[in-house]
Write a new protein. Structure first.
Length: 433
């Protein structure tokens, strides 16, 4: 039965909660394993989500040999391995190092970089961000000061289409129609125009300025800075850019309100051979699915827990698409799984109040107009941005909210009945028209 409908702000942690540093940065990495209820967890940072076939094969081997055999995609285009033995760290590091996935052990947790996954493939956007990605990762790994960045700090490289600009990164580098680049600091509309060739260096300088500004504030991310410190940061970045002989001009560009993932299916354009965009139900890939993807070409893991496969021979694209569909992946926008996401839930997380992945699977029906995200507790780890249906397990049932930005427009609570829950979620999502 539904509780009374109401309008209310979206529950979230405050900046003060987010930046309280009673201990060091506890974000897991490839070398720092996190103990979860289903075993140890490793988070492997993959800048831009780009994996060569050899690197993808190494990750699959690590998952099968050391973990639960599955690869779990994150909302930052990274990979998590779960169910690991607590003493597997040295073997895992060796596998990753041999595949070129650990270019700097000191920096492995700060290589948080998302990038427009279709950049250079479909002819949209104004800038191919791949050279930026290579340059920024090299600069990060070569910077001693960058090791102080938190595992939560996020860079975004947007080719101008606005997809990853909408994700709310700490520092966003955007392609611009005049051949230059725009650097956004935090969430505001203010940007700094810099030469495109200097974009990655400008992003690193801005990150170093943040670290100096954040000293003694406890801030992990730009949004955690006290108001006065945050307001002064852009001017400090401008000063440092000019000191580094980088031409910079303040400008304005509104941040897009919603991040739109690539549409599942063949990528139009074919500028560098055929490419396919594939969604992954609940971001979880079994060994057979991963082998099928990793043997097809270079992979670009997306911040929407999907994969873009590139460099496919045009004679193979059709058969590969059919094989991916048979394997249970999302290869078209009308898939029932399109737009459905969930946190790990029970039994993997001790804080979760429900097995939300199983519940999401039981509630899958016709594709809805709005995406839906299931969370096992109020932390709502990995939830999307923009507009979506928010389903949160609570002691009283499941709270279903329609979220737009930072506000909810309606809230209802459904008692723990699978039929009622599925019906309520389907109604909230709305049918596609």
């Amino acid at each position: 039965m539904l509780a009374a409908m109401s309008a209310s702000p979206l529950p979230s942690r405050s900046p003060g909660d987010a930046c309280a540093r009673s201990s060091g940065d506890a974000c897991p990495g490839a070398l720092r394993l996190h103990r979860a209820d289903d075993g140890a967890l490793a988070r492997i940072r993959i800048p831009g989500g780009v994996l060569t076939p050899r690197q993808a094969e190494a990750l699959g081997q690590a998952a099968e040999r050391l973990g639960d055999s599955e690869l779990h995609l994150t909302s930052r285009g990274n990979v998590q391995l779960r169910g690991l033995a607590p003493d597997c760290g040295a073997e895992l590091a060796g596998l990753l190092d041999e595949a070129g996935l650990l270019p700097s052990r000191r920096h492995e947790r700060v290589r948080n970089v998302v990038a427009s996954p279709l950049s250079g493939l479909d002819g949209l956007g104004t800038t191919d961000v791949r050279p930026w990605l290579t340059a920024l990762d090299r600069l990060l790994c070569g910077s001693d000061s960058a090791t102080a960045l938190s595992g939560r700090f996020l860079f975004a490289l947007d080719d101008g289409r606005g997809d990853v600009d909408a994700l709310g990164a700490d520092l966003t580098l955007l392609g611009h129609g005049d051949g230059g680049a725009l650097l956004r600091i935090g969430d505001g509309d203010a940007v700094l125009r810099v030469p495109a060739a200097d974009g990655p260096r400008a992003a690193l300088i801005a990150a170093e300025a943040f670290l100096d500004s954040a000293r003694d504030t406890g801030a992990w991310r730009v949004k955690d800075l006290p108001d006065g410190t945050a307001a002064a940061l852009p001017a400090e970045v401008v000063r440092r850019l000019r000191q580094a002989d980088i031409a910079v001009t303040p400008a304005r560009r509104p941040r897009p309100p919603e991040a739109l993932p690539p549409v599942p299916g063949p990528v139009p354009g074919g500028l560098h051979g055929a490419a396919l965009s594939v969604g992954v139900p609940l971001g979880r890939l079994d060994p057979a699915q991963w082998r099928l993807l990793s043997s097809a070409g270079e992979l670009r893991l997306t911040p929407w827990r999907g994969v873009v496969v590139t460099g496919i021979g045009s004679d193979r694209a059709g058969s590969l698409l059919s094989g991916l569909t048979r394997a249970g992946l999302i290869t078209g926008p009308d898939s029932p799984w399109a737009g459905v996401g969930a946190c790990i839930g029970q039994p993997g997380c001790a804080k979760s109040l429900a097995d939300v992945r199983a519940e999401a699977g039981a509630a899958v029906g016709p594709a809805g107009r709005l995406p839906v995200y299931w969370s096992g507790c109020e932390r709502r780890c990995g939830h999307p941005r923009g507009e979506w249906i928010d389903v949160v397990a609570t002691p009283d049932g499941h709270r279903i909210s329609h979220v737009r930005g930072d506000l909810t427009t309606a809230t209802a609570t459904v008692r723990d009945d699978p039929v009622d829950l599925a019906a309520a979620v389907a109604a909230a999502r709305g049918a596609r028209t």
